[in-house]
Design a protein around this ligand. Structure first.
Ligand SMILES: Cc1cc2nc3c(=O)[nH]c(=O)nc-3n(C[C@H](O)[C@H](O)[C@H](O)COP(=O)(O)OP(=O)(O)OC[C@H]3O[C@@H](n4cnc5c(N)ncnc54)[C@H](O)[C@@H]3O)c2cc1C
Length: 269
């Protein structure tokens, strides 16, 4: 529960309301983490919020977070400048099953700010590219200027990631796909027998991705999603993030769809 001070050492603006901050621990002790885990992050002026780690798990000496400014706490975090100190608790939560799915084809479906929580999984798989079959990234955002990590997408595709991008709407200069992310699934010609899916983004998007993949015959045990709920303690004590019989901070945020299906069918669960 005791927060540790981390200093902002680098900052980059990714889109009009998203920033990536790189932090170093005041203690000098690297924060080892697994892809998909999050920290409870806070500035001096605002309360803690859960934010996924978007950095490279093989380089834990820098803690990287990519944050969309949507309210008081995230605006304060995004306003932090190099030299400022943030408080960090964690890492917390159940990670993406990156090691467990070695040998499989992996499709990653990320909507908007859902890509940063998947970036560590992408980096870890690309660093061990020979251990996987196809790795396909389907990434969507509302508009082209909200696409994240565009400079890295090209680099990742040279490392063996099949990248498909789509936007909900665009001006005529945009030559890529227009439409929801599920439209990218059929052209990707995925093999349901070999496939594992990892999805993060708005809940409605993940539900459509899951429905499409179930329709192709991918079993629910091989579909993983990352759930967002209001969190406070991050360690399974306060109960704010209850989802059915589970607590998202402790038992998630990454779940198999086979675990979630009975609960998410219940209205307002
Ligand atoms: C496990 C986990 C990992 C997360 N990882 C990230 C991450 O890597 N990057 C990131 O930017 N956010 C992430 N979030 C979401 C982040 O925690 C919330 O955006 C944050 O708690 C909002 O706090 P606030 O005080 O800034 O806004 P609030 O004042 O609490 O909310 C402001 C307004 O924004 C809306 N809102 C809240 N969250 C979101 C959202 N995610 N998207 C759009 N609108 C929202 C609220 O409904 C409200 O209307 C994660 C959440 C969880 C549970």
């Amino acid at each position: 529960m005791v927060p540790a001070p981390f200093t902002v050492v680098a900052k980059r603006q990714d889109s009009f309301d998203v920033w990536t901050l790189e932090l170093e621990p005041a203690s000098g002790e690297a924060l080892a983490f697994e892809p998909g885990q999050f920290t409870m992050l806070a500035t001096r002026s605002c309360g803690e919020v859960p934010i996924s780690i978007s950095g490279d798990p093989d380089r834990p000496e820098r803690l990287v977070h990519t944050v969309r400014a949507v309210g008081l706490a995230t605006e304060a975090i995004c306003a932090a400048e190099p030299g400022d100190v943030l408080s960090v608790r964690g890492p917390f939560g159940r990670p993406w099953p990156v090691r467990a799915v070695e040998g499989a084809d992996v499709v990653i479906a990320a909507g908007g700010i859902g890509l940063p929580p998947l970036r560590p999984a992408i980096l870890q798989m690309l660093a061990r590219r020979e251990r996987y079959g196809r790795i396909v990234l389907l990434h969507s955002s509302r508009t082209p200027d909200q696409l994240l990590f565009t400079d890295e997408l090209e680099q990742w595709s040279q490392q063996g990631l099949e990248v498909q991008v789509s936007v909900d709407s665009a001006s005529p200069e945009w030559l890529g796909h227009v439409g929801v992310v599920t439209r990218l699934i059929r052209p990707a010609k995925l093999d349901p027998g070999a496939l594992v899916a990892m999805s993060c983004g708005p809940e409605v998007m993940m539900r459509f991705v899951v429905a499409a993949l179930l329709g192709y015959g991918v079993p629910p045990e091989r579909l993983y999603v990352s759930m967002e709920r209001n969190m406070q303690c991050g360690i399974g004590h306060c109960g704010h993030c209850q989802l059915g019989p589970s607590l998202v901070c402790r038992d998630g945020p990454v779940y198999r769809w086979s675990e979630l299906a009975p609960w998410v069918a219940v209205r307002e669960m």
